[in-house]
Design a protein around this ligand. Structure first.
Ligand code: LMR
Length: 393
């Protein structure tokens, strides 16, 4: 049966994780996969998560099935976290999913069931799994320009010129904050222009929110999404709790649609039905941890404090690397790293330079130069900057 099966093309992030694990050098530096790391290189279980888990273990009296949409308390808490009341709940239909990845997939499946000819417009630089997920759902995609020629900021003119070509019913995928891989985010003015363009063209935004809390803060990071939600009739959302709750392997995500009120019930049923076809019931434990934290003032306060500290650490790493690179290269070539947002930035290196960084210095970044700033620490920043300066010469 499988004689003709070819090995699938490997995902760039998973391949890099494997290469890093196989490297026996003790001073290797992992700036690959997007997980938060502390100063000791550990990805901690957050304090509030530990407390919520203890409470759940003590109090939970059944693990029987819930609804196909998952736990209602999780969905309500996430709606509040993402939308902050920007639209009435009567316009929101959502389901839990195994991680943000499945949320992206389920939204694409939803689009295909209703509009199979829709084109999904994706920023030219994006998370390596976006295009495979869109293709696996049977949808076509097209790129829009995103990063400017200098690699430091948004190619505003290019992006908006490309998006002028969207057709009514097309989908425009946008990173809600902490753009992965560039670290370049839309400003409020850009979001306002985007809302106006999408409204004029009749296209539907699809906001992927995987890093809320890692950019400017929980509220500011959701400002763009909320702006679109308040102004457009339809908005699609995929969100992940992997990073901001540190629940990576628990797989906690949400697929959400914001629609005109009369369509809400149908959308809720359509999303539930798609869950049934893909995995039936979403995982419960991680979502229950999230709703326990968000529903308890003390736990929420502690979680937010720890998240703020994580964000500040990543920002300090960025600034320290930019400074170390200026000292090591005697130039401002890497200055943008210091002001970009979230976990990632793209080092302006060629694929050969990236390969040399890995082979000759044990510093692991993705082939496109994407580097996870959370992987840096006071111990390795200088060495990292010198390695980058050396390969960039
Ligand atoms: C990343 O971009 O590295 C993370 O979102 C992990 C993943 O699933 O790719």
């Amino acid at each position: 049966m499988f004689e003709t099966l070819l090995p699938p093309k490997q995902d760039a992030i998973i391949a890099l994780m494997q290469a890093f694990a196989a490297d026996t050098r003790t001073d290797k530096i992992d700036l690959g996969v997007g997980v938060y790391r502390d100063e000791d290189g550990c990805t901690p279980v957050m304090r509030a998560v530990k407390s919520a888990e203890a409470r759940i273990v003590a109090e939970q009296d059944s693990k029987s099935y819930l609804s196909l949409a998952g736990d209602a308390a999780f969905l309500t808490a996430m709606e509040r976290l993402l939308l902050g009341g920007a639209v009435p709940s009567s316009r929101v239909a959502a389901v839990g999913t195994p991680g943000g990845t499945s949320a992206v997939r389920q939204i694409c499946e939803l689009v295909r069931t209703t509009r199979p000819d829709a084109v999904v417009w994706v920023s030219a630089q994006t998370w390596p799994n976006h295009l495979p997920l869109i293709a696996a759902a049977g949808l076509a995609s097209r790129p829009y320009r995103y990063l400017d020629a200098g690699g430091g900021g948004l190619d505003h003119i290019g992006m908006f010129a490309d998006l002028e070509q969207v057709n009514a019913g097309d989908i425009v995928l946008i990173h809600g904050c902490c753009h992965n891989p560039t670290g370049v985010d839309l400003g409020l003015q850009d979001w306002a222009e985007l809302a106006a363009l999408l409204s004029r063209r009749g296209a539907v935004p699809f906001v992927d929110m995987a890093y809320q809390g890692f950019g400017e803060g929980l509220e500011d990071d959701a400002a763009g999404l909320r702006h679109l939600a308040a102004r457009l009739p339809e908005v699609l959302v995929a969100a992940s709790c992997s990073k901001n709750f540190g629940l990576y392997r628990e797989r906690v995500g949400i697929a959400m649609t914001i629609v005109p009120e009369p369509q809400r019930t149908t959308l809720a049923a359509a999303l539930a039905s798609l869950n049934r076809q893909a995995f039936a019931f979403p995982p419960d434990h991680g979502g229950r941890v999230v709703s326990t934290i968000l529903g308890d003032d003390a736990l929420r306060h502690d979680w937010q404090g720890e998240l703020d500290a994580m964000r500040n650490r990543v920002q300090e790493n960025r600034r320290a690397l930019a400074t170390a690179l200026r000292n090591a290269t005697g130039s401002d070539r890497f200055a943008a790293l210091g002001v970009q947002n979230g976990m990632f930035s793209m080092l302006p290196l060629t694929p050969d330079q990236v390969a040399s960084l890995r082979k000759d210095h044990g510093v692991y970044v993705l082939d496109d130069g994407r580097a996870n700033m959370a992987g840096l620490s006071a111990r390795n920043i200088e060495r990292c900057a010198h390695a980058i300066a050396q390969v960039a010469r």
